[in-house]
Design a protein around this ligand. Structure first.
Ligand code: SAT
Ligand code: MN
Length: 593
């Protein structure tokens, strides 16, 4: 319970609407966690994994139609349509509210309504924000316990400015209907009211649809708050890099999905003496400190990572993080009650239960784990967490890195000429789709700042906000901006760059650039490393390959300009003039090449 009148009134109003049998105020204790597990086991939603293989860990299988975020059911209901912009779905907020009130009427019948007080960011930090999620899903309760700071301590700190988040799986238990393992509804709505700073989510129990502190709050709502208040809420990982001499810089990096963000956040460097430490793997909130530098916090408390592809070889630190006290959703299950997914072991087990609950053998053509199967685990278990990852003041950011999956044209790394040029680089981020997504493989998709599905307002205004924010400080205090591409291929379709732990060599160059050293020469895309300024010692990379990695083609540049020009037209009047100026300069540089 709470003394906070605004909170208790809201909870009462929502209870009247949703008509749960009971209300449970979450305190975040281990006892509460165990009680949720008991309930989830009873309803057949979860199974305890083999204690010897994955101590204190649980396995979940979702409804096969509830396996990922639903972007076409995600809405930004700003008062004016123009404020949602061309990249978001919009509906009139009053009409949407009416629809939602209908859907939520009685939606929690026969269930408990859980009240989850949570803090995004360290509790009490000036940069953090509080929210309260109401949900009828015990799976959401335990997931929020891992992914956010949740419970009684937050409840005591909540004032009137909490973000109200209401969630229902949309499966009431009327007239004694029996519960099912993964209740959800065919109808789904993930709705944001940016002016009201409220979130309503209906019909899904999975990931970002249901754990409302993550994409809904920390990106869509927070990006709007950040615009109003002059800071940045970004889809970025944060890492600390220490050189062999003991110097340290923090970098923030934005990549579209399937570009190895979690791998970079937990990189195991191949170069001796270098250390990479993790602050966050998905979201960064950044504000200017008194010294004029940009400081970032990771608002989250855990990782909700894609399981397939994660192994002791590809990402040992992620693997060590998920070995205990973790939740696994839609992975495959081994005969001895451990989890398995594609890429975990070089040899496939002879028999598994696949994510649909069916027998599976390596002869079968479909993957045993769903491509979007996930592990949910505490950040504090990660062996590479930075000592300042919970610093309430954040960590100072020296470089911002953009990237995408580009088989051609984009070099391994380049540096922006200026903040404005860097904003243009962010605005033109695009990536080739992989087999994991439901699109045609290899298609180039625009994903500005990797924020396409996560920006809570007009993306054109968002570019404007990035331009404006640079005026908050002296230009030499701003982070330098870079672009990387680990995924360039040769004519035979083979990756030119080894990637993974070797990416430290590129981070080293970026590190040297922010230190004011490191050789760079002009290219029409931006400054690229001079020959020999990327440390290739111990790597058997032919000089020819390095040449190819940095080859910049005139024709490709001109057609890129055309592609960007086409894309920019969707923003109409909202596209800042500076973005067109940058495009013109881009064209000019390639015309002269
Ligand atoms: O499901 S989440 O939104 O949390 C993860 C993702 O899609 O990036
Ligand atoms: Mn993400």
């Amino acid at each position: 319970m709470t003394q906070n009148k605004k909170l208790s009134n809201w909870v009462n109003d929502m209870a009247k609407l949703c008509k749960p049998d009971k209300i449970h105020w979450c305190n975040g204790t281990e006892d509460e966690f165990s009680e949720m597990i008991r309930l989830l086991t009873e309803s057949g939603t979860c199974m305890k994994l083999n204690e010897d293989k994955k101590p204190n860990s649980y396995y979940f299988k979702s409804d096969p139609k509830d396996v990922a975020r639903v972007e076409d059911r995600t809405f930004i209901c700003s008062e004016k349509e123009i404020d949602a912009g061309p990249t978001n779905n919009w509906k009139n907020p009053k009409e949407m509210k009416e629809e939602l009130l209908n859907l939520f009427n009685g939606t929690m019948r026969g269930r408990t309504m859980y009240v989850i007080p949570f803090s995004m960011g360290p509790i009490g930090s000036k940069i953090s924000m509080n929210g309260v999620q109401l949900t009828d899903s015990p799976y959401v309760v335990i997931s929020m316990k891992i992914m956010t700071r949740m419970g009684a301590e937050v409840m005591n700190k909540i004032e009137d400015d909490f973000v109200p988040c209401i969630h229902s799986v949309g499966y009431p238990l009327e007239n004694g209907t029996k519960d099912i393992p993964w209740p959800c509804n065919e109808t789904k709505y993930i709705v944001h009211f940016p002016e009201e700073r409220a979130i309503w989510s209906y019909g899904s129990g999975y990931g970002g649809n249901a754990l409302l502190g993550k994409k809904c709050f920390s990106l869509r709502i927070a990006s709007k708050v950040a615009k109003d208040e002059g800071w940045l809420a970004e889809h970025m990982l944060i890492v600390g890099i220490t050189s062999p001499e003991g110097k340290k810089h923090y970098f923030a990096a934005a990549f579209p999905s399937a570009c190895g963000k979690t791998n970079l956040a937990m990189l195991k460097p191949s170069l001796p003496g270098w250390k990479v430490e993790t602050v966050g793997d998905d979201i960064a909130w950044m504000r200017f400190g008194n010294d004029g530098r940009l400081y970032a916090i990771n608002p989250e408390n855990g990782f909700f990572g894609v399981a397939p592809g994660t192994s002791m070889v590809s990402n040992p630190n992620a693997f060590l993080t998920l070995e205990k006290n973790s939740l696994f959703t839609n992975t495959a299950l081994t005969d001895d009650k451990d989890v398995w997914w594609e890429g975990l072991t070089s040899e496939k087990p002879e028999h598994l239960i696949d994510w649909n609950g069916n027998d599976w053998t390596p002869k079968m053509h479909h993957p045993a784990a769903h491509p979007n199967s996930r592990f949910t685990t505490s950040a504090s278990q990660c062996p590479t967490m930075d000592q300042d990852w919970e610093n309430p003041n954040g960590v100072p950011i020296s470089a911002i890195i953009f990237g995408g999956r580009r088989a051609s044209f984009i070099p391994l790394v380049y540096e922006a000429f200026s903040w404005q040029h860097g904003t243009f680089i962010g605005a033109t981020v695009s990536s080739e789709t992989t087999a994991a997504a439901a699109h045609q493989v290899g298609q180039l998709r625009n994903d500005p700042f990797a924020m396409l599905p996560f920006c809570g307002y007009n993306m054109g205004d968002y570019f404007g906000h990035w331009l404006k924010i640079s005026q908050s400080t002296a230009s030499e205090k701003l982070p330098k901006i870079f672009n990387v591409n680990w995924f360039r291929k040769d004519n035979d379709g083979k990756f030119l760059w080894p990637g993974y732990g070797e990416n430290i060599r590129v981070l080293q160059w970026i590190f040297e650039r922010v230190e004011g050293n490191g050789g760079a020469v002009y290219s029409p895309l931006g400054n690229i490393p001079t020959e020999n300024s990327i440390d290739l010692r111990g790597l058997n990379l032919p000089a020819e390959t390095m040449k190819e990695l940095f080859n910049i083609d005139k024709e490709a540049g001109l057609s890129e300009a055309e592609r960007v020009q086409n894309y920019f037209t969707i923003f109409g009047e909202q596209l800042p003039k500076e973005m067109n100026d940058e495009l013109e300069k881009f064209k000019e540089r390639f015309t002269k090449l």
